[in-house]
Design a protein around this ligand. Sequence first.
Ligand code: ZN
Length: 319
Amino acid sequence: MPLLNRLGLGSGRNAAVESGFPVARGAAWPSPAEIWPAPSPGKQKTGLLPACANPCCSSGWLHLLRSRETPVFEGGWCCSPECTLERVKAALRREMDARGALRETHRHRIPLGLAMLEQGWITQQELRAALAAQRAAGRGRLGEWLIRQKSASEEMVTRALGLQWGCPVLRMESHSPENLTVLLPRFFVDAFGALPLRVAAGRILYLGFEDRVDPALALAVERVTGLRVEVGLVEGSQFRPAHGRALEAPYPSAELIEAATEEALASALARAIEEWRAVEARLVRIHDCFWLRIWRRRQAGPLPEPASVRDLIASTAVE
Ligand SMILES: [Zn+2]
């Protein structure tokens, strides 16, 4: 199936939300503040010879003759296109392995109606009426029916969803989605219903969702951006217009890669890293996508210059 359909709009929102994290938080890579604007490893030649990051590099002393300073992949300089490819292959295998472990985790969530009943926010009669209306209509979420029947306010339903997901309710105040679209590809904002809300103290990204949080996406964004990601829910009437505006805003250039095999995918990603002379590139997996972000220039802060980053997105449905 073409990736666009797989990502696709509507269905992605309902993609199984995985709970738990495949990789220890904060263990992956240094934060941008530590990396940028530090010089790339290839530049650190004062007295010390640069070492190729490919543990199986066979170029030996030959790499000293190479004058290139890029690319850098996941913090390590690659002396040749062959070494870049080897490192991308290893990263792809790492992400594939993490997928198996993640699928097994499943957390039970208390039903929304029950959570609200327990809090005393609705009565049994109100819950029964909303469930009956939902059943009769054959559509709509329970929370929407409770609001429509004036049994609960939108604020209460969002608070109950927060209890259900174990996350806070976030406010939209002074939100400008246009400024944060550099943090993740439009495809993910659209398909996974995420909305970057703000970056606090240059270190923490608040990522909002309307009715279900997506820990897998949050972890991926954390690993790529180096920002700590805090997820939360936003009231629907505030979320939907802001999400719409975010989808209209410009994003860094992104490319969808269709590759039939893991080998072909690794080649395509490694080629992009080489061609773009990445000063840094990072690969993560989100649900059934791989996301490679390439930085072409060192960055002065947590929000990269849009023209200096490029995203590649590929399906994990490779053999
Ligand atoms: Zn090498």
